[in-house]
Design a protein. Sequence first.
Length: 172
Amino acid sequence: MKRALIPIVASLAVLAACGDDDSGGSTAANTQERPVDMPRTSEAPAAQAGAPRRGPLVKLRDSQFGPVLFDGRNRALYLFTRDPANRTRCYGACAAAWPPFYAKGRPRAARGVDRDLLGTIKRRDGRRQVTYKGQPLYFYVHDPRGQVLCNDVAEFGGTWFALTAEGEPPAA
């Protein structure tokens, strides 16, 4: 009896290893072998209906510099003075220290933020970066949530500033 169970248990273990890896991603094996009549469960209903995807939130939050822009996760947003309007020059080591604020979908404005000043630009890798008043937005990698540590900091050939609701650096 025990010998009869060993091949069955071994077969089940092999089958289990071929399933989802819980990473949320799809592989060629689990997408191509899906029966044609089985619906995809990983797609959001909005994506299936063709509705626009909700983008990241930009909001105002008090700081030691007065109200400045933050994302929906309470991370301070910065502009880089070396960037021309609607373009970025921050790549490589610059983008590692000052990660771009990426968008999937149209950015959303919370109370006090002018939604007409929100936009996106396309980076070299094809990803969309959020802009405010034409300036690409970034985070500082070492900022704790809810804090602005690097306002008026010179680095990577330009100066980094938090932004007010008008899209300007805060008054000193």
